[in-house]
Design a protein around this ligand. Structure first.
Ligand SMILES: C[S@@+](CC[C@H](N)C(=O)[O-])C[C@H]1O[C@@H](n2cnc3c(N)ncnc32)[C@H](O)[C@@H]1O
Length: 281
């Protein structure tokens, strides 16, 4: 089969499930991953013939896309802050809004005053590893409840050539992390179960529910726990960063005021939704 014919086949098979531009994006990312070809290479050689093994790999990916498996899980990797991260269904696929949160943390933090960093709910390790790269002199710790996530995060730290201290901790129960930190950051689970009905199958059926959901009866579960943890474990003037559910920006601000944080700022993401908060102890 020729490249251009495979592209047509992808559109024919996926058109009911995905918008046209997303199918094009899948096509070019698969080409890059499996054939090392760029969009320009494809434009120059649309009639290039695929070998049997290449075609098998691409068809297998197409088959998985039809089952709504996210492309990042199919190819086993994603990029975040310009670096590559392995991803498997045991971790949330890092999102662009989380890149914005990390960029904000990097802009806000001054290296001599940020020596100890803690990432709570590290998943793939994308936040902790990006901060460890930005602040190579700092000691970075990352915790998660999921052993399989931590295993993958450790591989990502090795791949990205940084040292991060990964620990298995349930932040809701076991707050035995004794140290003090200059920067605490978290993108905790924040989607309420009732929001499930607005979610796409690729997220709902394939990403880990423990990374996503909180009960409707207690949507601020993690913000309460992490906020009170941070009020005890942040150094004076230490910074707390949260990614948040757009519906609860004001509630998280109030929660942090009650915990005596100051200089609290609520920021929107690139889609114009309240998505992140910075506060000072
Ligand atoms: C929204 S994901 C964020 C993953 C990653 N930091 C990112 O931004 O892509 C939330 C993470 O919190 C972890 N988590 C859930 N409950 C937890 C708990 N009680 N204690 C510690 N981590 C928890 C999940 O395993 C998941 O990796």
């Amino acid at each position: 089969m020729e490249l251009i014919s495979f592209k047509k086949e992808m559109h024919a098979q996926l058109t009911e499930s995905y918008p046209k531009n997303e199918i094009d994006s899948f096509f070019y990312r698969l080409l890059d991953h499996h054939l090392g070809m760029s969009k320009m290479d494809c434009a120059l050689h649309p009639n290039r013939r695929l070998s049997i093994s290449q075609l098998n790999e691409l068809m297998s990916a197409l088959n998985q896309l039809q089952k709504h498996i996210p492309l990042q899980y199919i190819i086993g990797q994603t990029s975040f802050q310009g670096s590559f991260f392995h991803v498997t269904p045991s971790v949330l696929i890092p999102r662009p809004e989380t890149e914005e949160l990390v960029a904000w943390a990097i802009d806000s933090a001054q290296p001599p005053s940020v020596q100890r960093i803690l990432d709570i709910g590290t998943g793939s390790g994308c936040i902790a590893i990006s901060l460890a790269k930005a602040f190579p002199e700092a000691n970075t710790t990352a915790i998660d409840i999921s052993k399989s996530a931590l295993k993958l995060a450790k591989q990502n730290a090795v791949q990205n050539q940084v040292i991060v201290d990964f620990q298995c901790v349930n932040i809701l129960e076991n707050q035995s992390v004794a140290d003090s930190y200059d920067l605490i950051i978290s993108n905790p689970p924040y989607v309420t179960f009732s929001e499930k009905k607005q979610m796409n199958a690729n997220v709902l059926d394939h990403e880990p529910h423990r990374a996503l959901f909180v009960p409707d009866s207690n949507p601020l579960l993690f913000y309460n726990a992490i906020g009170s943890f941070a009020s005890q474990h942040l150094s004076d003037n230490g910074l707390l960063f949260f990614e948040i559910n757009e519906q609860y920006g004001k509630s998280v601000v109030t929660l942090l005021k009650d915990l005596k944080f100051h200089d609290i700022e609520l920021r929107k993401d690139f889609r114009g939704k309240d998505r992140m908060i910075r506060a000072k102890k």
